[in-house]
Design a binder for this molecule. Structure first.
Ligand SMILES: [Zn+2]
Ligand SMILES: [Zn+2]
Length: 298
């Protein structure tokens, strides 16, 4: 079977010298390797051997997005890419537009750990999504054990966007600029009839799922939805700066502080919106076609 398409991977290595050696070998397959987002002509099937040669691990990134991912752009089954090496894939990055619930509609992912983290497209957004891990100490070896769910090491929770907020959650018509929210996935825009549509992650999973309903394995950690400050209605850059200056990290503000503490810095209305977002009480309009979803008081 011939496979077309392009996919991003996140590769982690234990030492800088491994990364350097890996990059050196990849120069054979990539033009201008020092520029960002360069493409190489090798498949995931070949890449995983090169990553392993330099002691690294490979994780498919934002696995369902329409332009650069295995499920979104290449295949219906990861096994078609990795074949007998499929058991070397022990973790998969969900991307902004999917969550555990959606990914657990695909049976071949049952024994694969889900991670929620950036693949480094944008430096300021690198920790917007993250994983909480159970480790003995902070080392590459321990992280790999957690990703493999070995010796009590594990992912304790995934922190990610509500997938509706993601830039590619639903199919989008590039002709009339409308997000298409039909129950069944469509290849043509129901409004203008154009077939120039960018497929959504929700719609793609609906097409390739082989389970009747989503069912997570018992060891699947909780997926904790978060609405970053920049999405909170009424929140401007100055208010975000003030909050960060007072409380240090966005995680603290989103998940831990009381309404009173937030209110003391940015006033009642914004404090209420942050707490309502935390409690899942906001209305979310789905994103699509590269445009984030929108949060409102509903
Ligand atoms: Zn990417
Ligand atoms: Zn249209």
């Amino acid at each position: 079977m011939e496979i077309n398409g392009a996919a991003h991977n996140v590769c982690f290595f234990p030492h800088l010298k491994d990364i350097k050696a890996f990059s050196k070998e990849m120069q054979k397959h990539i033009k201008n390797i020092t520029l960002s987002t360069q493409r190489s002509d090798i498949s995931g099937y070949e890449l995983i051997d090169i990553v392993e040669k330099y002691n690294g691990i490979l994780i498919p990134a934002h696995a369902f997005t329409p332009h650069k991912s295995y499920y979104g752009n290449c295949v219906d089954s990861l096994k078609d890419v990795f074949k007998e090496k499929f058991n070397k894939i022990f973790a998969l990055e969900l991307g902004l537009s999917a969550d555990t619930y959606l990914a657990d509609m695909i049976s071949e992912l049952e024994n694969i750990t889900f991670v929620t983290n950036s693949d480094a497209h944008s430096l300021p957004k690198i920790a917007r999504e993250y994983n909480k891990m159970q480790l003995e100490d902070i080392s590459f070896k321990e992280v790999v054990m957690a990703l493999k769910n070995e010796n009590g090491r594990k992912i304790l929770a995934n922190y990610g966007l509500d997938p509706k907020l993601g830039k590619y959650h639903r199919t989008y018509c590039d002709n009339c600029n409308t997000t298409i929210e039909t129950k069944e996935p469509v290849q043509k825009c129901p409004k203008c009839g154009s077939d120039k549509v960018t497929f959504g992650v929700f719609d793609r999973i609906e097409l390739i799922r082989d389970k009747k309903e989503s069912k997570s394995p018992a060891n699947r950690p909780q997926y904790i939805y978060q609405i970053p400050l920049q999405f909170v209605p009424g929140m401007g850059g100055k208010s975000i700066d003030k909050l960060l200056a007072n409380f240090g990290t966005e995680m603290t503000i989103l998940h831990k502080l009381s309404k009173d503490d937030i209110e003391a810095v940015v006033g009642e209305k914004l404090a209420e919106n942050i707490v309502r977002a935390r409690e899942g009480k906001m209305h979310i309009q789905s994103g699509g076609g590269g445009i984030y979803g929108k949060v409102s008081n509903g």
